[in-house]
Design a protein around this ligand. Structure first.
Ligand code: IMP
Ligand code: MG
Length: 190
């Protein structure tokens, strides 16, 4: 093992949101989404890589809520979109490149974009523009985290997990230099 990966050089982490808090919030969001889309078919679009854990948990909570609400008719399909923003590792430039596109057309579909975090809002603004050119029936946004202090491009967040302070966070899908995505909680990198 190289010294840079030894336990002694790990940066300190401070847990901000526990796995239990995330699970409780996901259950509430899943219920809200299931109610709002009752009787409609829904396409969830997860933004890679950061949203992969959130999408997995949230869509299962949507299913649970649909079952509890007796909504057997509405289907959920799941797509992913790979995005990379040009910039350094802690600041986006707003110039976004699609690294993996949707596998199905979304024309006429109700689309729910699922993001790990909305920071400056530049990525979501780009995405919203891009997706609207494909003529979905509707576009809504669900973000696990929002850092309002850093907003450059405001936009509606229809479903939000947690509002956080201006901190760089990792875990539950979020990375620092591609690491820490598999932590079950959200932590601040100190
Ligand atoms: P925005 O375009 O500034 O809103 O940035 C959105 C993207 O930047 C997110 O999808 C993340 O990939 C990344 N990002 C922003 N803040 C953080 C953070 O605190 N930790 C990890 N990634 C972040
Ligand atoms: Mg991201």
């Amino acid at each position: 093992m190289s010294p840079s990966h030894s336990p002694w050089s790990e940066p300190p982490l401070r847990v901000l949101i526990t796995a239990e808090q995330i699970a409780a919030r996901n259950a509430a969001l899943g219920r809200q989404i299931a109610q709002d889309y009752a009787g409609e078919d829904l396409t969830v679009i997860g933004v890679l890589k950061g949203s992969f854990v959130f999408v997995a948990d949230l869509t299962r909570e949507i299913h649970r809520a649909q079952r509890e609400l007796g909504q057997s008719g509405s289907s959920v399909t799941i797509e992913f979109l790979g995005l990379e923003s040009y910039g350094d590792e802690t600041m986006t430039s707003g110039v976004v490149k699609i690294t993996a596109d949707l596998t199905r057309p979304i024309e006429g579909r109700h689309v729910l974009v699922v993001e790990d975090i909305i920071d400056t809002g530049l990525t979501m603004a780009y995405l919203r523009n891009n997706l609207s050119t494909r003529h979905p029936a509707s576009i809504k946004v669900c973000a696990l985290l929002h850092k309002p202090a850093r907003t450059i491009q405001p936009g509606p967040i229809d479903y939000l997990g947690f509002t956080i302070d201006d901190l760089f966070v990792i875990g539950y899908g979020l990375d620092y230099q591609q690491r820490y995505r598999n932590l079950p909680y959200i932590a601040a990198l100190e």
